[in-house]
Design a protein around this ligand. Structure first.
Ligand code: NDP
Length: 297
């Protein structure tokens, strides 16, 4: 079997077109969604991600404010900035790019963000809302993007066995909670695997939907999946490639060539989950703006 490719790039493009229209309609009513991104330090990957997010926001007609702080920024200064953004009526979404410099307590900063403006969905209040199945929660962008990809490509998780490999707070855990949710795009039977899982292949072979969020190339190989599985590869890993000018290429966690011979559908890397994450950030910002404007929480 040769798997159908689920193109995140294409689906994200459709979502961004829909958002452009929604943002234009909101602007006519006098509401311009606003996103603030905070970058502390000079990590090149973080700088790149924040730049992409701001560019995408501006292209969608979202007011975007990028705040760049030095690597030596103090915790108080950062917390004061968050307070200022929480109080700013033109800002509906706040994203603090992680990781933060080591002198800053990440959990303190995430806790300081107004949960209604927490478009990353990392605030404990939103984590709790997600765990209790609140349909209006701002869910973390990457797992929300995975659900959108599944639904929009005709793969309904309802009643299926979904296996999530990875249990991070950013991807694995919220992914499992979204799949479990009693709502459209949820209702799956969910198993979460991680580095202590015994015989990972025996677990992944039972999956109808397999989501890999590990951070290591070739973690999922052809012999680890059952025929007809849908595979979503969240992994983003750099591997050396002297044939490329930049000396590396980006691959996922799944052996794409091997697994796509067995799976019914699979996401590529790049061009899979990555573009969905950004589209969902924009969607969360627009949703946050609408809710704040209507007074709903
Ligand atoms: P983390 O490193 O925080 O978590 C990785 C998870 O994988 C952990 O739960 C770990 O288990 C588990 N794991 C590690 N090795 C194995 C193994 N051999 N077998 C089974 N499980 C294993 O990573 P993230 O969740 O933040 O990210 C995962 C991947 O997704 C990365 O490649 C990241 O770059 C990518 N990513 C991509 C995004 C996108 O937009 N495309 C967005 C976010 C992340 P344990 O808990 O036991 O350590």
């Amino acid at each position: 079997m040769s798997a159908k490719i689920i193109s995140g790039k294409e689906i994200a493009g459709t979502i961004r077109d829909e958002l452009n229209e929604q943002v234009a309609a909101l602007a006519k009513e006098g509401l311009v969604p606003g996103l603030a991104t905070v970058l502390a330090g000079d990590d090149p990957a973080s700088r790149l991600y924040v730049g992409m997010k701001n560019k995408a926001a501006a292209a969608a007609g979202i007011h975007s404010r990028q705040i760049t702080l030095s690597d030596s920024v103090g915790e108080t200064e950062l917390l004061d900035l968050i307070s200022e953004l929480n109080a700013d009526p033109a800002i509906h979404g706040i994203l603090v790019q992680l990781p933060l410099p080591r002198q800053i307590d990440e959990s303190k900063v995430l806790l300081a963000i107004d949960p209604d403006k927490d478009v990353d969905g990392f605030h404990p209040v939103n984590v709790g809302r997600l765990a209790t199945g609140d349909p209006n929660v701002l869910a973390p962008c990457t797992p929300r993007g995975v659900i959108e990809m599944l639904v929009r490509s005709g793969v309904d998780p309802s009643g299926k066995h979904a296996v999530v490999v990875g249990r991070s707070n950013i991807v694995g855990k919220p992914m499992a909670l979204l799949l479990l949710r009693k709502a459209a795009g949820g209702n799956a039977t969910v198993t979460v695997a991680h580095s202590r899982t015994r015989d990972l292949g025996a677990v992944t072979r039972t999956a109808d939907i397999l989501i890999a969020a590990v951070g290591w190339p070739n973690t999922v190989t052809r012999d680890m999946v059952k025929p007809g599985v849908t595979v979503i590869d969240v992994g983003t890993n750099r591997v050396d490639d002297p044939s490329r000018e930049r000396g590396y290429r980006v691959v996922g966690d799944v052996d794409f060539e091997g697994v796509s011979e067995v799976a019914s559908a699979i996401t590529p890397v790049p061009g899979g989950v990555g573009p969905m994450t950004i589209a969902m950030l924009l969607a969360n910002t627009v949703e946050a703006a609408i809710r704040q404007n209507s007074g709903a929480r």
